[in-house]
Design a protein around this ligand. Structure first.
Ligand SMILES: *Cc1c(COP(=O)(O)O)cnc(C)c1O
Length: 389
């Protein structure tokens, strides 16, 4: 995955620390996804990049939104998308949240418990619900397995209760875990969904939609040890295409398919221009001498996902010359604000305080996870470039 010439030019022209989003790149990514999975409706998972310009650019191309609560719903509506293209994808919601969403026109709610269904029936009467089926999360960098989703048996109870309380039991959803690296995870989710659709049909519940969730990987970031992740994207798309065909064939009612990608649409189209704070060497408590490269931004302002991956770094002006292996870290007094020590990065030995650093493929989960200024280090300003609007 190579970043575009436009984003490289923006990084080169930057005179301060900043995160850039390449709207043309995001539009291209969205178009490519629809080419791979024709007929699928996209509901962008807003938390991956809650930037107005990015949302507007996706909305203009026909995407809807997966929102997690009233504030995200409000932000989605501000793009001009109809409320019918926004679903409340969070299984966790208070009575007040449900009522607020209903007032704003949202009629599609994710659920995974009878308690939640009762609340939806009361505060969003007549709405459509889709039940989230639990997955193992295996094969993903972030599993999302415990907190969300229910068993197939529970899903039957949940959707029967929905029907009995005047809601429309409309669909099923899964999320196989974020940055899912295996096609097998989708295969297994589709097997479970197919069995459940057949069971539900047998009980007189006819569904109209299947939501295959998020989890589609980004291509340009590195694992914790600094190796390219290299997800089998073609195989994943093939499994999804075959799976949709099988689900359609087994279902007693016509199905539409939804995806709610977050990371996949934006990760590789965002990049940060930061600076070197210091390259230093010291012997630590374990007696091992290591180089440390401290950057001007880190976990709390742009690089939140350092727990499970490394970001690709480029040091303009330092293309040649000796390199040293360094642990890369952010500027705060928090020891988690660092790349994994197991995967040191080759950095220019001549890196000096103030030198620019380009951080690639960091467009997902950067802005939303930024703190108000933990330890006094400011959030990064952002700039959007390109786009067809
Ligand atoms: C976060 C989230 C997504 C997006 O996940 P990605 O791995 O970024 O694609 C999709 N759906 C739901 C319900 C989510 O919570």
């Amino acid at each position: 995955m190579r970043e575009s010439a436009a984003i490289r030019a923006a990084l080169a022209a930057a005179t301060d620390d900043r995160i850039f989003f390449d709207l043309t790149g995001i539009e291209g990514q969205y178009a490519a996804l629809l080419r791979e999975l024709p007929g699928v409706a996209v509901r962008f998972a807003m938390k991956a990049c809650p930037v107005d310009e990015v949302l507007a650019c996706l909305a203009a191309k026909g995407a809807g939104f997966d929102a997690a609560g009233p504030n995200e719903i409000e932000q989605a509506l501000a793009t001009g998308v109809p409320a019918g293209l926004i679903h409340y994808g969070n299984t966790i919601k208070s009575d007040q949240d449900i009522a607020a969403a209903y007032r704003m026109g949202v009629r599609d709610f994710a659920t995974d418990s009878v308690e939640d269904v009762r609340a939806i029936a009361q505060h969003a009467p007549g709405s459509r619900v889709f039940c989230r089926l639990a997955t193992s999360g295996e094969g993903a960098l972030w599993g999302l397995s415990r907190k969300f989703g229910c068993s197939a048996d529970d899903a039957v109870r949940v959707l029967e209760l929905a029907r009995d309380t005047g809601l429309v039991p409309s669909g099923l959803s899964v999320h196989v875990g974020s940055q899912q690296m295996t096609a097998e995870a989708w295969q297994s989710a589709i097997d479970d969904l197919t069995d459940l659709v057949v069971t539900l049909n047998g009980r007189g519940i006819l569904l109209d939609r299947i939501n295959l969730g998020g989890g589609l990987p980004a291509l340009g970031c590195l694992d914790r040890a600094g190796r390219p992740l290299d997800p089998p994207l073609d195989k994943i798309f093939a499994v999804l295409r075959e799976g949709m065909e099988r689900l359609r064939a087994e279902s007693a009612s016509p199905l539409m398919f939804l995806l709610e990608p977050g990371r996949h649409l934006v990760a590789d189209h965002g990049a940060i221009r930061a600076r070197v704070s210091r390259l230093s060497a010291r012997r630590g408590h374990d007696g091992t001498r290591r180089h440390w490269l401290y950057l001007s931004c880190g976990k709390f302002n742009g690089l939140y996902e350092m727990d499970a991956l490394q970001y690709r770094l480029e040091f303009p002006g330092h293309d040649t010359g000796p390199r040293v292996a360094a642990v890369v870290a952010g500027p705060t007094c928090d020891s988690d604000d660092a790349f994994d020590e197991a995967g040191p990065v080759r950095v220019p030995a001549s890196a000096a305080s103030g030198d620019p650093v380009w951080i690639h493929s960091c467009g997902a989960y950067a802005v939303g996870y930024t703190t108000q200024g933990f330890n006094g280090f400011d959030p990064l300003p952002y700039t959007c470039i390109g786009g067809s609007r």
